[in-house]
Write a protein that binds this ligand. Structure first.
Ligand code: C2O
Ligand code: CU
Ligand code: CU
Length: 478
């Protein structure tokens, strides 16, 4: 069941992917478990080089936006398809004059492949190549983005989705990747400055053109009565999306890559799902049975009526599938925390008491500090000669108490390890395994983890303006 591709790159998705379009479609479908992908992707096994380069794209109406950053000249970064337990080799070449480094968000891979400048590798200069090679231990929905010149390159487009397929398709007819992000554009389609001092000191600077896979309100066709796996990924630099579906024949099956244990309520208009920057949610949707009927993913933006970010349209004869036919997603091999023997570490996130000038090495600075962890502002993308915030011992369980002392929400992200939110002073937490915890205003959350991946793991807010102005550090596992 191959859904028509709505993003038409016009030629090969990557300049140096050595295959023609037919092979490209076949291999992507194979990598995704013989599913229609309803997007634009590439099997990691076919990647020759991922080439960071300038791009142009009609983001706003017919207006071409120049000065974008992608992996091809005229299309969004492709969905990268891998398989759980199968090696992925991703040579990244930087053709931009600015430095970069590529990070694979949520993947529990060896530290040296994590793509954090100064911490796990040196920044990559112009024409440099760095070959990332790793075997994803977990299936699920992940993503990739630069961790050097993070603001500039992400705000200009360089955020892509990674799909790590389970060994077996749990019973979907097709899937749909939904890369949510905003761009900050003038009326003529040119970029506005990606950040502002005012924004960085508050909840961040918001984009004004809302896109899915770089398109405004796209429609994707899927088989009537079929079972679709939505992979919703918030790759925005700032916005926490408030989402719900127009249909009720749907179920949340995974969060931040990991299968949900038990049922969580489906978000509705009055109680939408909050998906913070960096977070992902997988939703199983049963398509309506009549051709032409639709399911919308709806967002509430401040001061605006609800709007459909993306529409799924039923096509052809009904497949007459039922959500109950789906096999449960197998749990990922994440170690269970041993809470009885856990050691506690405390972290406080807030404004900085004194805003020294940040030093981000070759990786770009916004020029000021507003934020802190444990009352210290940390250098953005250049963790040289600082930290770690905590040293964890291999194999031991830790509880990290995350305290938000600010009125802003912070998606707190830890690299290299998955953790379980166990307690909040404000709400009942769903049964999740995650890599990014959305901390609400004045919230205190405890998360538990087993320190089972050695290395220096970046630990930061995923509102990039916060990350770049003090709210970032790292945790060492030895
Ligand atoms: Cu999405 Cu430090 O990462
Ligand atoms: Cu990450
Ligand atoms: Cu933040």
């Amino acid at each position: 069941m191959t859904a028509p591709r709505q993003t038409q790159p016009g030629d090969d998705p990557l300049r140096e992917v050595d295959m023609n379009r037919r092979e490209f479609l076949l291999s992507s479908a194979t990598a995704a478990g013989a599913l229609g992908i309803g997007g634009y992707g590439v099997a990691a096994s076919h990647v020759k080089e991922l080439i960071l380069q300038p791009a142009s794209f009609a983001l706003r109406g017919g207006q071409i936006t120049n000065g974008m950053v992608s992996l091809s000249p005229d299309a969004p970064p492709p969905v990268l398809y891998g398989k759980q337990g199968k090696v992925m080799r991703l040579p990244v070449r930087n053709t931009l004059p600015e430095y970069t480094a590529m990070h694979w968000h949520g993947l529990r891979i060896p530290n040296a492949m994590d793509g954090v400048p100064y911490l796990t590798q040196m920044p990559m200069g112009e024409n440099e190549l760095f070959t990332y090679e790793f075997t994803p231990p977990d299936a699920g929905t992940y993503w990739y983005h630069p961790h050097c010149m993070t603001m500039e390159q992400m705000a200009h487009g360089l955020t892509g989705v990674m799909v790590i397929a389970e060994p077996e398709n749990p019973g979907f007819d097709s899937e749909q990747v939904i890369n949510l992000r905003d761009f900050r554009l003038n009326d003529d389609g040119s970029f506005l400055p990606a950040f502002t001092q005012r924004g960085a000191a508050r909840s961040g600077t918001f984009g004004n053109v809302h896109t899915v896979n770089w398109l405004q309100s796209p429609t994707y066709d899927h088989a009537a009565g079929g079972l679709v796996r939505l992979r919703v990924v918030n790759t925005d630099t700032t916005r926490t999306y408030k989402l719900h579906l127009s249909a009720s024949d749907a179920r949340i099956i995974a969060w931040d890559g990991h299968p949900i244990e038990g049922e969580v309520p489906l978000p509705v208009k009055e109680t939408p799902l909050l998906v913070g920057p960096g977070q992902r949610v997988d939703i199983a949707v049963a398509m309506p049975t009549d051709e032409g009927q639709t399911v919308d993913l709806i967002v509430k933006l401040p001061g605006q009526p609800h709007r459909a970010m993306v529409r799924l349209r039923a096509i052809r004869q009904s497949q007459a599938r039922d959500l109950r036919e789906l096999r449960p997603l197998p749990a990922n091999p994440v170690a269970k925390p041993d809470l009885a023997n856990a050691e506690l570490h405390e972290f406080v996130f807030g404004w900085t008491p004194e805003g020294g000038i940040p030093d981000n090495g070759f990786c770009g600075t916004l020029g000021y500090n507003f934020w802190s962890i444990n009352r210290k502002p940390w250098p953005g993308d250049a963790a040289q000669d600082v930290g770690p915030l905590a040293i964890l011992k291999m194999g031991k369980t830790y509880v990290l108490r995350l305290r938000n002392e600010s009125p802003n929400t912070h998606p707190i992200h830890l690299h290299g390890l998955a953790f379980k939110p166990i307690r909040s002073n404000q709400r009942k937490l769903p049964p999740l395994m995650t890599d990014t915890m959305l901390l609400l205003k004045d919230e205190v959350v405890e998360i538990a983890l087993v320190a089972d991946n050695p290395g220096d793991w970046a630990f930061h807010c995923h509102v990039i303006e916060h990350q770049k102005t003090g709210l970032t550090e790292f945790i060492r596992v030895i």
